[in-house]
Design a protein around this ligand. Structure first.
Ligand code: AMP
Length: 269
């Protein structure tokens, strides 16, 4: 897949039997990234921008669960039905179910096009399982981008967020309104407020983040992968900040510079 040409993520959203279109195919080195940050920080928007620019696939576990929910309320397994109920209330889906879904799609992690993982891993258990799998597969991560934003701004972003039910484009009622109220600029689909973007779910999601996901910051810092990015300003500005950091990391990798302990670029002794 060339940069700027988006993949339909069929193998990720529908399962390993589905074929992606276009099939990712790249000549240069692929990027393998994880995005971290509290809900509402804009990871979905940033993942889409990075995926378009770097030509990698946007692998979101939230999208995966939402696709499963839309496909088959009736024929989902009892475990999946329970997981979707947990999700609806804003809690984290149990690690075993998340891991089964990701593990089933290991082909997406092996993809020569590379990937940007959004919303996964979200617990230390998931991060450790992912680390083991990628080591077994010989697929090192290049960076873990950690988007940083004050809590008050997170709440305002989440409660005003609207999502297109067709193409999943994201808008905000005040910061990024669509041209026509309730209608997606990209595809004309209907905009809706996700159930878990309602106030009671937001509080639960922020607590879940603090309890389960914030510890991943230290986990990835100690692996030398953490790349903090301030998530204030326009989506484009945040994207440019992240890109600058990623390009610096890649340049440092190529010039054999040690990023292992602090994430800062220190020339090797
Ligand atoms: P997101 O779109 O990433 O905010 O995910 C929406 C919801 O899906 C979350 O609030 C969780 O209920 C569930 N979910 C998505 N990814 C994960 C994950 N890695 N671990 C546990 N639950 C997840």
């Amino acid at each position: 897949m060339d940069a700027n040409q988006e993949n339909n993520r069929a193998a990720w959203l529908e399962g390993p039997a589905a074929k992606c279109s276009p099939i990712p195919n790249r000549s240069g080195p692929a990027w393998r990234l994880v995005l971290l940050g509290p809900p509402g920080v804009g990871k979905g928007t940033q993942a889409a921008l990075l995926s378009r620019h770097l030509g990698v696939c946007h692998l979101s576990t939230g999208d995966l669960f939402r696709a499963a929910r839309n496909r088959s309320e009736t024929d989902s397994t009892p475990a999946m039905a329970a997981a979707l109920d947990v999700m609806r209330r804003g809690h984290l889906v149990p690690d075993e179910i998340v891991w089964d879904m990701v593990n089933e799609r290991v082909g997406c992690l092996r993809c020569p096009g590379g990937f940007v993982l959004d919303g996964f891993p979200r617990t230390l258990g998931q991060a450790e399982s992912l680390k083991l799998l990628l080591e077994q597969e010989g697929l090192p991560l290049h960076a873990v981008v950690n988007y940083v934003l004050p809590v008050a701004e997170i709440v305002s972003r989440l409660s005003g967020r609207r999502t297109c039910e067709k193409c999943k484009s994201i808008f905000h009622v005040t910061a990024q309104p669509p041209r026509a109220e309730g209608i997606c600029d990209q595809c004309g689909g209907r905009l809706y407020q996700r159930e878990d973007d309602r106030p009671d779910s937001i509080t639960i999601r922020l607590e879940a983040y603090e309890r389960s996901t914030a510890p991943l910051i230290q986990f990835y810092r100690s692996l030398g992968l953490l790349t903090p990015v301030l998530a204030t300003g326009s989506p484009q500005k945040i994207f440019q900040r992240a890109l600058t950091e990623l390009e610096a990391r890649r340049a440092a990798e190529l010039s054999d510079v040690d990023l292992s302990t602090t994430g800062r670029r220190i020339p090797k002794a």
